[in-house]
Ligand binder design. Structure first.
Ligand SMILES: [Zn+2]
Ligand SMILES: [Zn+2]
Length: 259
């Protein structure tokens, strides 16, 4: 067999006690180095020789034009088992057809471990925008089967935020009437968060008004206290002024005697 480079092998691995199987993947990088990226259960590939043996069986099936593979020697191979070149555009289109969970794992492995270029494009299933950066997309539409669950599709961040509450992040695509969009430029907010936010604003305003009233009462009390003080001082002064002539009189009366 030719030396394998830039190859991704997707096969049916898994097979735990609970009879669950899942896709497993291994790679041959740009130098032909083997990477057993994800191998689970009794059907997971053990090493490169094991992988090459399975690829050989796959090629025999393909050569014979067998579409539905049922081979006692290779439960790893079914109609979805593929050996793909992750740098070739047409091969990568096929990779993108596998569920979003698997595609995410494959792209992460190529980016982070192999650190190589690939031609895998992720597609938003709503607006059909495509891109290579995983950060621009999110996993969407989960599928459950028995105890297993995986993501079927991707949604771009723009489509996700269009139908999500900008506060709690909850997805309201299925229940858009629960989203409030006051301003077309504003991010939508769900009814629950809107009520909570309104309640928070109301209680903050109540607290502000209360503190203003308290301050006003304080000011009024202070003003009253000062007014009383002024009144008291004026009273005292008036009293003093009234007493003054008598004192002066006394003094005046006394003065001649003194003189
Ligand atoms: Zn989109
Ligand atoms: Zn919300």
């Amino acid at each position: 067999m030719d030396k394998l480079i830039y190859r991704l092998f997707i096969y049916s691995g898994g097979g735990y006690d609970g009879c669950i199987w899942e896709y497993n993947v291994c790679f041959w990088d740009k130098d032909g180095k083997f990477h057993n990226a994800y191998s689970t259960g009794h059907d997971g590939i053990k090493d490169e020789n094991d992988a090459l043996e399975t690829v050989k069986v796959l090629r025999e099936f393909e050569r014979d034009g067998v579409k539905n593979y049922h081979h006692p020697l290779s439960s790893r191979i079914n109609q979805y088992t593929m050996l793909l070149d992750y740098t070739k555009e047409e091969d990568c289109k096929e990779i993108a057809e596998y569920g979003a969970s698997l595609v995410t794992g494959i792209v992460k492995f190529i980016n982070n471990v192999l650190q190589e270029d690939h031609n895998i494009f992720i597609k938003c299933h709503i607006c059909e925008k495509t891109g290579q950066d995983l950060d621009d997309f999110q996993l969407d539409e989960a599928k459950h089967q028995g105890v297993a669950s995986w993501y079927e599709s991707f949604v771009c961040n723009e489509c996700r935020s269009e139908f999500s509450c900008s506060y709690c992040g909850e997805d309201y695509r299925e229940c858009q009437e629960a989203l409030i969009m006051n301003d077309p430029d504003e991010s939508p907010i769900c009814v629950n968060c809107y009520q909570e936010k309104t309640e928070r604003v109301r209680s903050r305003m109540q607290m502000m008004v209360k503190s203003n009233i308290d301050e006003a009462i304080c000011c009024r009390n202070e003003i009253e206290r000062r007014e009383k003080l002024v009144e008291q001082v004026v009273c005292d002064m008036e009293e003093a002024a009234q007493q003054e002539p008598e004192e002066n009189l006394l003094l005046n009366d006394a003065t001649p005697n003194l003189l």
